[in-house]
Every structure is written in structure tokens, then in C-alpha cells.
Design a protein around this ligand. Structure first.
Ligand code: N01
Length: 546
């Protein structure tokens, strides 16, 4: 493929890839194999995306690494050895660097380069790619691999920048780490990041104050190092492991934060008496406090409340101080937010040097140079850790000025009704632009590795099809997009996910002013992949090819 008339100081490529996390790296590998010319820009000075930035103490994947790893290269799969069931950030960062080196991908990547604008040029049917240092490219196709949880949120807390001590963000944690020894530390946020960081910081700090606005639904990860020879034995069975992973609705067939292994059909909690539920709890422990453990817990609020009761009981059994235990019980539906798995979260609250500050009893007023002022008193601190999350799913895309046909800005098109895409892969009015794990795809509800690879395969097959057919453009039709937006909304139906008491980042509820729309496709990755494949087989139904 070659691009039409080039402008000066613009380099031509077939495909421009944004982001060198796992999504971008696998894309580069697949594109190169197909003979496309390409360029990738990465904001950081290294590969890894999520696993580059989120290097806070305790950061760890919540899916088993044998599944949370790339399947695309046999060499990588055969040569890499995981040391634990679920890898730490440090191990994942080593892995992603190994992938980049083993597959010789670095030569395609410009680091420390932020893509600031993408502008569609009607006449040449190309994208102008503009970057922060000023380099420009002209690409026939653009693939965004910018991540779903990569646009950090700074909380709107008065005086945040006045703090005289150290302010740390989990999603931009210092590369060299941080020594909390002897420090009075406050952590704001009890989502996955805060829950993972709490026990590790508690073990080091002089005192840790956990500022909790909403309590977490979290349960033990069950992580452990592999027994000698255990991983090697599993690796011999990799074909079957990958087949099960790719066939499952979550893109992960083994125990993880996003699902429990397929076994017997889960019972309905409302068909059990309270005594029977407690007997299950005694038998199965935390597994009963999981929205997937009950057939009715995600669809019926009564069932959900019954499951919440079991969770509360388990918290009470885990935390010594009854007041702290009560404060750690959530007051919103189980399964509405992303489930969390942890290592020693509740044990941390049994330590003398950890205090839970339940913000439901008095909110944060402001940050001052000396600490955090709340309606329930002042907390003097040396360090504040913000574990306050992301502008999820659309944030990273919307921070780029993406102008499609007629100069329309993508973030403006998404302002009124939330993100509108076809399959989460393309957007009407924005030809030749593919969004890996974009809003409207299963992405964050699944093992991201599986979803990333599924999108990578689909996009490459599509580009190959266009090349074979001598076609210049592909674009989602507005009708197909409208229908897909309805499918995404329908898949989220069922009271828990979109219940009025649910304020998840899936709904954009954590970002002031963001329209409340359930953004990922909840119909299952297996169903979704079949749909994508049928669409391709049918000649890219719902797309206009020219
Ligand atoms: O962010 P979050 P996260 N004052 O949005 C609180 C993935 N992930 O970085 O719930 C006080 O979940 C906020 O309170 P509330 C995973 O998909 C995966 O932890 O809005 N508190 C909440 O407690 C995850 O879901 C892994 O009431 C404030 C917290 O900050 C996603 O990333 C590890 C506040 C934000 O929680 C995001 O997780 C880490 C304020 N002004 C992340 N503003 C693993 O693989 C916000 N909060 C294990």
C-alpha cells in the first residue's frame, strides 16, 4: 500500500498505531506479518501502557497470568515463565518488555510522543496524525490502542495542590517507588487500586488512614507462587487453556475478578432460606459473596440484597473491630461496580497502625498543607496517595482532537448521548479509524488480553480484505451504529448494572458532567466475537466499503 501525495514533514505509513501497551504491541506484530508499513507513538518512555503507569505498591493483575498473556506468538508463550498465579506489576512490566524485545517491536515505536490530533482528509482518504513534539504522519488507517482505564482523574478536592507533603497518584506512581517508612500516610479511594495498595502501604507506614467514600466489594485473590513444575505442566496444555479462554464469555475460564470457573449451574439465592445461605457461606466462604455465584443476584434487587447480606457477614467475620467492620460494608448493589480481589485487605484493618476514615460519616472538606480536613476532624499527614480512578473508556480517546468527515470532533459527537460506536470498533463519520477495546465492545468486562487479541485479529483481517479488494475506505454506517448502540443498552439491562443506586465508572458516574450511559457491551465476549465474525464473513455488514 502506498499513500497519495505526501505533504512536507509528514511521513507516510499504511497504519498508525497509538499506544504501546499490549493492545498496540500485538497490533504491530500482526500488521508487520501482513506486510503493512506502520508507526506507533507512545506517551511514556517505555512499553506497557497500564502496566507502565500503575506501578503503585501492591499493583497486580486480577486474572490468572496463564490467561492474562498474549497467545499470538508461540515463542513468547513457550519462553516466558510466570512465577505466580496472578502476576505483579513488576513481573508484567518485565513480560511486556520481553514481548517487545523478543518480537523486535521497539523499532516501530516513538516514545515520549503524545498524539494530540487526528484529522481526516477527504481528498486523499488519509488521516493526518499530529503529535506533541510536532512530528506528523499521514496514515491510511489509524488504530487506537489507548486503553480503557488510562486517562487519570484528579479528584475535585479543594486545596489539593497546597499539600506540603508528597502527593502520589496510583495511576502515575513514581518509577523508583516510594519509601513510606515512618510516614503518616492517607490514601483516598477504595477501588481496585486503593484496595491493592492498602495492605502493602500499611505494612511499611507509621500510620495509614484509608479515606473511604464507598466501601468495596472485594474478596481474597487466592494468589500464590507456582509449585515447582506446576507452571511447566500447565504450559504443556496451553492449547486447551487458550481454547477455553477464548470460548468463555469473560475471555478467562479460570478463577479471576471477573468470573468464577464454569461448574454447576448457580442456584437462585431467593430459593434458599437464610439458614441455607449461611450453610453455603460456611461451605464456600467468599465464593458466595460473588454476584456470579447466584443465578438471580445480577437481575433481581431482592436477590442482590440477600447476597449483600452474605458479604456483610463475611466482612464482620474478617474485621475485629465491629464499627470498622460495619463501615467496610457497601451500601450499593453487588456487581454494579467492578469486582475486586485482594491480598490481605481486611487483615490490614486489624492492624494498630491502620484507621478507616468512613467518609459517609463526614466528607473531605479540603486538603491543606498539613493534611486532610474532613467533617469528622483533621488528619495530619506526610503523604497523600490518590487512588481516585480514571475517566474510563472514552477519556483517552476524547483527550485527542479527533476530527472526522466534515471536521466533526468525536468528543463533541459523544457529548449529548455518550459514546456511539459500531461494535466498539469503528465510529460513523470517522472512516479508517479502528478503536481497540473501544466503548461498546466487551473490553473491561473481560480479560483485556483476550479482547485486545480478538480486536487485533479482526482489524488485521479487515485491512487485508480491503487491500485484496483494492478498497480505500471502510466506515460504519449510521444505521448499523444506531442498532449497535441499542444492542449495548439492551445487554446492560437487568437492574444491578444500571440501577439508580449504582454509580460505577462503567456508567461514567465518577466523572462530573459525563453522560450516564453503560459503556461496555455486556452480552459476553463469545457472543460478541461470533457477531463480529459473521459481520466480516457477510462482507462487512453495516460498514460501507469504497
Ligand atoms: O479506580 P476506581 P481504581 N473523594 O474508580 C474514590 C482497573 N484496575 O483506580 O466509589 C473521595 O475503581 C472512589 O469513591 P466512589 C479495574 O477495572 C484493575 O481503583 O466514587 N473518594 C473510589 O473508591 C478498576 O475498576 C486492577 O465513592 C474519591 C476510588 O476513588 C479500574 O481499574 C488494579 C474521590 C476510585 O476507584 C479503576 O480502579 C487497579 C473523592 N473526591 C485498577 N474521588 C487489577 O487488575 C474518587 N474517589 C487488580
Amino acid at each position: 500500500m502506498s499513500v497519495g501525495a505526501a505533504e512536507s514533514a509528514e511521513t507516510n505509513v499504511d497504519v498508525f498505531v497509538i499506544g504501546a501497551g499490549f493492545g498496540g504491541l500485538q497490533m504491530l506484530y500482526r500488521l508487520r506479518a501482513l506486510g503493512f508499513s506502520m508507526q506507533c507513538a507512545e506517551m511514556a518512555d517505555g512499553v506497557g501502557g497500564t502496566w507502565y503507569w500503575n506501578r503503585y505498591p501492591g499493583a497486580r493483575v486480577d486474572v490468572q497470568s496463564i490467561e492474562y498473556s498474549l497467545s499470538l506468538s508461540k515463542e513468547v508463550q513457550d519462553e516466558w515463565t510466570w512465577t505466580e498465579l496472578m502476576a505483579s506489576q513488576a513481573e508484567l512490566e518485565r513480560y511486556v518488555n520481553f514481548v517487545a524485545d523478543r518480537l523486535d517491536l521497539r523499532r516501530h515505536i516513538k516514545f515520549n510522543m503524545r498524539v494530540s490530533a487526528l484529522t481526516w482528509d477527504e481528498d486523499s482518504a488519509t488521516w493526518l496524525v499530529e503529535t506533541d513534539p510536532g512530528d506528523r504522519w499521514r496514515a491510511r488507517f489509524v488504530v487506537t490502542a489507548v486503553g480503557c482505564l488510562s486517562a487519570p482523574m484528579e479528584p475535585a478536592i479543594e486545596g489539593l495542590h497546597s499539600f506540603a507533603g508528597a502527593s502520589l497518584y496510583t495511576n502515575r506512581f513514581p518509577k523508583g517507588g516510594f519509601d513510606f517508612t515512618g510516614k503518616r500516610v492517607g490514601i483516598i479511594g477504595t477501588g481496585s487500586s486503593g484496595v491493592q495498595a492498602t495492605p502493602v502501604v500499611a505494612a511499611q507506614a507509621d500510620h495509614l488512614y484509608v479515606f473511604q467514600r464507598s466501601a468495596a466489594y472485594t474478596m481474597p485473590a487466592g494468589n500464590r507462587p507456582w509449585e515447582p513444575g506446576e507452571f511447566e505442566e500447565l504450559r504443556r496444555d496451553y492449547d486447551a487453556i487458550r481454547a477455553a479462554q477464548f470460548a468463555s464469555p469473560q475471555g478467562a475460564a479460570r478463577y479471576s475478578a471477573i468470573g468464577i470457573p464454569k461448574g454447576e449451574t448457580p442456584p437462585r439465592i431467593l430459593e434458599f432460606s437464610v439458614d441455607e445461605r449461611l450453610a453455603r457461606l460456611d461451605r464456600d466462604g467468599w465464593l458466595v459473596a460473588n454476584p456470579y455465584a447466584w443465578a438471580d443476584a445480577v437481575t433481581s434487587m431482592d436477590a442482590n440484597r440477600a447476597a449483600q447480606e452474605l458479604y456483610a457477614e463475611l466482612v464482620r467475620r474478617s474485621v475485629n473491630d465491629p464499627q470498622t467492620a460495619e463501615a467496610l460494608v457497601p451500601h450499593y448493589p453487588m456487581g454494579c461496580k467492578r469486582p475486586i480481589i485482594d491480598i490481605g485487605y481486611f487483615d490490614a484493618f486489624n492492624r494498630d497502625n491502620v484507621t478507616l476514615v468512613d467518609l459517609r460519616k463526614g466528607a473531605i472538606q479540603r486538603v491543606t498543607p498539613g493534611g486532610i480536613d474532613t467533617d469528622q476532624g483533621f488528619f495530619a499527614l506526610d503523604v497523600i496517595i490518590y487512588a481516585t480512578g480514571f475517566d474510563a473508556m472514552t477519556g483517552a480517546l476524547n483527550r485527542i482532537d479527533i476530527r472526522g468527515r466534515g471536521g466533526d470532533l468525536m468528543r463533541e459527537a459523544w457529548l449529548a448521548d455518550g459514546p456511539r460506536t459500531y461494535l466498539g470498533l469503528m465510529v460513523a463519520g470517522f472512516p479508517n479509524l479502528f478503536t481497540i477495546t473501544g466503548p461498546g465492545s466487551p473490553s473491561v468486562l473481560t480479560n483485556m488480553m483476550t479482547s485486545i487479541e480478538q480486536h487485533g485479529q479482526w482489524i488485521c483481517a479487515c485491512l487485508d480484505h480491503l487491500r485484496e479488494g483494492g478498497l480505500r475506505t471502510i466506515e460504519a454506517t449510521p444505521d448499523a451504529q444506531d442498532d449497535w448502540v441499542v444492542s449495548v443498552a439492551e445487554a446492560a439491562e437487568g437492574c444491578v448494572r444500571i440501577h439508580e443506586s449504582c454509580n460505577s465508572w462503567y456508567l461514567g458516574a465518577n466523572v462530573p458532567g459525563k453522560v450516564r450511559v453503560y459503556m461496555p457491551y455486556a452480552g459476553g465476549l463469545d457472543v460478541y466475537r461470533d457477531r463480529c465474525d459473521e459481520i466480516a464473513k457477510g462482507g462487512y455488514v453495516g460498514f460501507e466499503l469504497a
